[in-house]
Design a protein around this ligand. Structure first.
Ligand SMILES: [Fe+2]
Length: 209
């Protein structure tokens, strides 16, 4: 698993940097940076929009691609779990195709991939999705879109990337996050997770809103 927020905080403290005004608290917990929603947020939600995007209810086929177990917590700047937050994710299939009217070649998309999922976090702020390791498509490095809405009305829209992906440095959206400390909050460190599922990867990403 990747560094928890606690260990990230230690890393951030060790870095000792003080660059731009960032949303933070005295303990140095940074807010997850926001990113564009992009053009592919669903215009209609799938019938099945649970947190398992790899398996669509009623279908026997499993989505093409490498399974990724994405989990973490939704926290506030004090590090407290944000109970009742709604987390949504959406991404393209293993061929780089979204389930969206603006997607050229949409008819070729993998119908076994749900493409979108949502859940309410548990009382300890935890969320988890079974989805795909994201792939690149024209002009973009691999990413997973996400949105968080809290019960107090705070909203965050952003994207997760794969840490170390060579495409990140060429991706204008990713590069829009200038501060390496903020980048670290959206860079997924992928590890193999045979204990969860054969051939699957896993990552732990806390979201600070
Ligand atoms: Fe995208």
């Amino acid at each position: 698993m990747t560094p928890s927020i606690a260990s990230r905080r230690l890393l951030l403290a060790a870095a000792g940097a003080s660059l731009l005004p960032l949303r933070t608290n005295a303990a140095g917990l940074l807010a997850t940076p926001s990113q564009t929603e992009g053009p592919f947020y669903p215009t209609a939600f799938p019938a099945d929009m649970d947190n398992d995007l790899v398996q669509v209810r009623g279908q026997t086929a499993r989505a093409m691609g490498t399974v990724l177990h994405l989990e973490g917590r939704v926290l506030d700047l004090e590090g407290r779990p944000v109970e009742g937050a709604l987390v949504e994710i959406w991404q393209c299939d293993a061929q780089g195709l979204y389930d969206h009217p603006r997607q050229p070649g949409r008819e070729r998309r993998d119908s076994a991939f749900q493409g979108y999922g949502r859940l309410l976090v548990s009382a300890d702020g935890r969320y988890s999705f079974r989805t795909l390791k994201p792939v690149a498509y024209a002009g973009r490095s691999p990413h997973i879109h996400f949105k968080v809405a809290t019960s107090t009305g705070r909203m965050l829209t952003s994207q997760f990337y794969i840490a170390g992906d060579p495409g990140n440095d060429r991706d204008g959206v990713f590069r829009g996050i200038r501060d390496p400390r903020q980048r670290a909050l959206v860079e997924m460190r992928l590890v193999s997770a045979p204990g969860l599922e054969a051939g699957a990867l896993a990552t732990s990403m806390d979201i600070v809103v």
